[in-house]
Design a protein around this ligand. Sequence first.
Ligand SMILES: NC(=O)c1ccc[n+]([C@@H]2O[C@H](COP(=O)([O-])OP(=O)(O)OC[C@H]3O[C@@H](n4cnc5c(N)ncnc54)[C@H](O)[C@@H]3O)[C@@H](O)[C@H]2O)c1
Length: 268
Amino acid sequence: MGIELTDRVALVTGGVQGIGLGIAEAFLDAGAKVAISDINGEGLKAKVRELQGRFGENVYGITADCSQEDDIVRMVAEAVGKFGVIDILVNNAGRGGMHYFWEMAAHEWDEVVDLNLRGAFLCTREVTKVMLEKGTKGKIINIASTNAILPTTGIAAYCASKGGLLMFTRVAAQELGPHGINVNAIGPGSTMTPITEGFYNLPIINAGFLERTPMGRFGQPEDIAKAALFLASEYADWVTGQILYVDGGQSLMGLPRYLEGLVQSAGG
Ligand SMILES: NC(=O)c1ccc[n+]([C@@H]2O[C@H](COP(=O)([O-])OP(=O)(O)OC[C@H]3O[C@@H](n4cnc5c(N)ncnc54)[C@H](O)[C@@H]3O)[C@@H](O)[C@H]2O)c1
């Protein structure tokens, strides 16, 4: 892409697979040093070993649960201990859960919100302290979702957490702008990852989603990584408090395309 992050230090949460891994690899390709954290310790060990074959000491793994305050404090301290600074934080670790809200136990709601919203707040808080202490003109990127604005039956906690993350992004951007720190969000649309592909490949789901995707295909982690690369780079120095939807146009489509077949084109 031509974007360079040479010697910039990034922390990417939930980076063993899917979108987080795509972002971590794109940053490494651009020359960054990347601390990858994940709750999946075994998976992380194997993935980091594999990546070290290509990127050497530029990649480092930290096992941490991003819904737990103690783990987050330790994770940030470990990343700083390894690389000295954190220039870029990507709050990517996230989870869903499918239920009508009236059938949802309080702990299920909490599990989603504790990771997607509270966890992102805590990671941002801890990394911000380091950035302020070291005077880092940093970049913080929150991985939200089209569900930050599109209500979707069956995933109330997820939608609420991502909507909350969007507003947190905007307030954090206001507070950190005077310190030269940018805070933005990416709103991925339906992206093929290990957690989603089984679901997205169900024939009825696949057709329904594609019908609402103007660009006519599902996303890949690399699609999201390109936007993260931009927001992490100097090209985004004057961009803050924004959400960049990377969704093939899904966020444009609230309702089915009911006009087609009913309205004749101007050409007759
Ligand atoms: N895939 C999509 O269609 C899509 C769409 C919109 C937004 N998103 C968002 O993108 C992000 C990544 O999604 P994905 O599809 O790549 O998911 P994924 O499940 O494939 O990967 C998530 C990673 O996070 C890790 N993780 C889970 N819980 C964790 C915790 N408590 N602490 C630390 N790490 C944890 C997992 O081990 C995994 O490696 C999430 O925030 C998700 O909400 C995904």
